[in-house]
Design a protein around this ligand. Sequence first.
Ligand code: TYM
Length: 379
Amino acid sequence: MVDRKFVVTPWEVTGEVDYERLIRDFGTQPIVGPLAKRLEGILSDAAYLVRRQVFFSHRDLNVVLDDHDKGKGFFLYTGRGPSGPMHIGHILSFYFTKWLQDKFHVNVYIQMTDDEKFLEEKRSLTYEDTQKWGQDNILEFDPDETFIFQDTEFVGHAYPMILKIARRINYSTAKSVFGFTGETNIGMSFYPAIQILPSLFEKKRCLIPSAIDQDPYWRIQRDIAEPLGFHKAAAIHSKFLPPLTGIQDKMSSSKPETAIYLNDDNKTVRNKIYRHAFSGGQASIEEHRKLGGNPVIDVPFQWLYMFFEPDDKRIEEIRSEYKGGRMLTGDLKDILVEKVTKFLREHRERREKARAQVHLFKKDGALAREMWKHDFSKS
Ligand code: TYM
């Protein structure tokens, strides 16, 4: 989606995103009314993410929930392009996926697209860089009941199925959906077949949590899945956790001041938030006490609202104290520092556990390869 004021594609997010406009232009559905209530009922502790419209849009989510109720089952698929250290924006989809897995006990597949990040020329990553980040990023995931795979290791085996997908996508579709030009390398125009592949890993419906930038792939998937004998993918989309530096654009792995990385230590977290977090507060304390702050453009407030403060009563208290000028910018930043530091401490403990288990990913990968070989050659 390219608009005068904002751009959202799988490779670029700039400007201030108008999410209602995206729903119209991408042709997705808002998560509202009975569907929102149904999902909130399922998610319990994570329901605030739906109530607050952080996960705000979908494709066929109701169909997936019906499939589940009828005993047909479904599976979950999400992914990461290992272009650098993972940041706090990435965790939205991954934690959401984990919550869904805990509720439904279904298989989860996580694709590490080292190939995609190598092909994206503007990133200037060497092949070795993408391998290094792939191995690093893999540790951020919980290995239980999850199959994580890196494209360059896995793809050989899946090649027959990738070819079947690729043959059904013509270049004018790829060009209009992704904006490829004469200068785009041919690897990029083939790559969508690879990101579509995991949505066909089982003969059940696939539900894909991601931010809305990844939706263009699912639009193509939905045109080709049924002729190939599979289900159209369902998707659930989140908004973007805004960069620390302001509510425009997207956090970037290559601009450290815009993001908090999952491996930032406590001191770095504090420094980044105090120095770079864009504030909706007034220029002086006196003015702030008189006029109050603006939570709509205040990044610490938005981060608390979108992820770090699940308690509705508490978040409304913070909003009203801040708007009323009783809570200062520094107080709000203190709250965020404490929440982010605690979250990262717990996440790091899980990461250390993952490091000890990393060989299991490999073993599971090998098993899964055998398991799927048969299906791929048949379909
Ligand atoms: P990547 O590595 O750019 O992003 C990984 C996931 O994080 C989401 N995301 C965000 N969510 C909230 N706030 C942000 N600021 C933010 N930035 C990124 C992305 O939407 C994504 O869900 N091509 C993909 C990798 C991939 C994939 C998938 C992603 C392969 N298969 C299936 C989702 C689902 C990529 O480069 O993601």
